[in-house]
Design a protein around this ligand. Structure first.
Ligand code: CJ6
Length: 158
């Protein structure tokens, strides 16, 4: 199956155990809270694409980034899967600003608003909290709201 590459970036304020989420204002995932991200372009690495999207969508400039997970999403009737590379940014410069894409908001990492996020998030976020790298697959229905099957496992390296 063909995969399209995407990034998903969570800025962490480790001192206060908080994570920056954005309320998506348009496009795919509109009206959901999520990390920052987008498509990876042909002329950039996945990590550089993650850093670019974070700055474009939140104004934050990455100083330290690490990949923490890999998520594969399949949708009924759609031949192309989404391959989402998940990153944590534990050092950054600047203050979060609202952009055309995202309205930023800080949340406690153990107080996540899962009811306003994608349905898969509550399943893999515990791995982030445990510092465990993860690989997950989710098979979504055409409504892109619910998934019917999923696999999720901790991995030593991505
Ligand atoms: C560029 N974006 C980044 C975020 N992303 C997704 C997807 C997702 N679930 C899939 C059913 C849609 N879950 C989260 N948390 N993020 C899609 C691509």
């Amino acid at each position: 199956m063909a995969h399209r590459l995407y990034t998903l970036v969570f800025p962490m304020d480790e001192q206060n155990d908080r994570v920056l989420l954005g309320m998506k204002k348009r496009g795919f995932g509109r009206d959901k809270l999520n990390g920052f991200g987008g498509k990876v372009e042909a002329n950039e690495t996945i990590t550089k694409g993650a850093e670019r999207e974070l700055t474009e969508e939140s104004g934050l400039v990455t100083k330290s980034i690490k990949q923490c997970g890999l998520l594969l999403f399949y949708f009924e009737k759609d031949p192309v899967a989404m391959e989402v590379h998940v990153f944590l940014v534990d050092r950054y410069e600047g203050a979060a600003v609202e952009t055309d894409e995202m309205r930023p908001q800080w949340f406690g990492i153990r107080d996540m608003p899962f009811e306003r996020m994608w349905a898969d998030d509550s399943h893999w976020w515990p791995y982030v909290l445990r510092g465990q790298k993860f690989v997950g697959q989710f098979w979504f229905k055409a409504d892109q709201v619910t998934f019917t099957q999923h696999t999720l496992r901790a991995v030593d390296s991505l």
